[in-house]
Design a protein. Structure first.
Length: 372
């Protein structure tokens, strides 16, 4: 009798034709499983547990195959994992998987501009890896198309314009067939930054857009061989750096870029005031970030161009102290901006006090193949 009762409890009543599977408790519905896994994944993502988050988002998409948000978050997790480093092969694998997830999310929810921008990020990062040139170009072109789609979806949002412009000016010019094409990439980027500025509201966003706009015009000046065009582009860049600094006064990188543009402009015009203005910008930058070697080096160069060797050598010494990788120690031996210093006793004394002098002679600096 006891066995019969147990059998009835486990397998159900034979009278009603129930099977054991019918009587066992059923699991939660797939929709609930998907939502639970999604929430767990978000929590793990906030804790930077990327591997656990990826597994949770994967389970969410298994439970609900049309879960666009889970695909997007899964892609974001893989994007973060790709950014963390590892071997180029592992990075490429994670970033390609991320791009695939964003593609699935976009297919399910094509009107979400964030997904398209994230997809653009993934493709750009793949292109930045040591891959074949054809693949790099395809990735950058694909990133442009995703950003263009985001602009179509959110025409009043500044960020898609800025993202699109950044790829045009920083990634694609290396594939340009001639000077005109290279300059055109930078000018198209400048036009997109102009569109972004019209739509930016917060001072931080305005400062970022103007600084990037200025950087694009500086690149256009470097790409051009026409002195008149160079001056035109640099004047535009200086104006944008001014606007950026008005919006965000305490941005040291912008101040350094502004100073560098003034130096390049002054070398073209021969106007000494441009160099003085550059010194002011570099000093402002150093007041915000005193040990930045790139700014110290730029300041040393402009002092040399102003025929102030003592200040140039003193500043160069500070640069070398801050330059842990020794990049500027080597650059200073062949930089044409410092040509006037090479025979100066203080310059030679500076190099005698560095370990670099054990391998490089200051009296016979390396030959220059091209200007800086």
């Amino acid at each position: 009798m006891k066995d019969l009762i147990m059998a009835t409890l486990l397998f159900g009543s034979a009278v009603h034709g129930q099977t054991g599977m019918d009587a066992l408790p059923q699991g939660p519905p797939p929709e609930l499983v998907a939502q639970q896994e999604y929430v767990i994944g978000l929590g793990l993502l906030r804790e930077n547990n990327f591997a656990g988050a990826a597994e949770s988002f994967q389970r969410a998409t298994v439970a609900r195959t049309n879960f666009a948000e889970a695909y997007q978050q899964w892609g974001m997790t893989l994007l973060q994992m790709g950014r963390l480093g590892g071997t180029p092969q592992l990075q490429a694998q994670r970033l390609q998987e991320a791009a695939a997830k964003f593609g699935q999310a976009a297919q399910l929810q094509p009107d979400d501009r964030a997904t398209w921008l994230l997809w653009s990020d993934a493709l750009t990062l793949i292109g930045d890896l040591p891959v074949e040139p054809a693949l790099r170009l395809a990735c950058y072109q694909g990133a442009v198309e995703k950003s263009r789609k985001a602009v179509e979806l959110a025409p009043n949002d500044w960020e898609p314009y800025s993202k699109w412009a950044g790829i045009l000016t920083a990634k694609l010019p290396e594939f340009a067939v001639n000077e005109q094409a290279r300059v055109q990439f930078h000018l198209e980027a400048a036009a997109l930054y102009s569109n972004a500025l019209e739509r930016a509201s917060f001072k931080g966003d305005i400062g970022t857009v103007c600084a990037n706009w200025g950087a694009a015009l500086v690149r256009a000046a470097r790409a051009s061989t026409d002195p008149r065009k160079k001056q035109e582009f640099l004047r535009g860049a200086i104006e944008q750096f001014h606007r950026s600094s008005r919006a965000v006064p305490n941005a040291p990188v912008t101040r350094t870029m502004h100073g560098s543009a003034l130096v390049q402009y002054g070398k073209l015009t021969g106007v000494r005031n441009d160099f003085r203005d550059a010194v002011n910008q570099f000093n402002t930058s150093l007041s915000l970030r005193p040990d930045e070697p790139s700014t110290l080096y730029a300041l040393a160069c402009v002092h040399a161009l102003m025929n102030n060797p003592i200040m140039a050598v003193e500043t160069l010494g500070k640069c070398m102290d801050a330059d842990t990788l020794g990049v500027y120690r080597k650059l200073a031996l062949q930089d044409p901006d410092l040509d006037a210093l090479r025979e100066h006793p203080a310059f030679k004394d500076l190099y005698r006090s560095t370990e670099l002098m054990h391998g490089l002679g200051i009296d016979n600096p390396p030959l220059r193949n091209r200007p800086r």
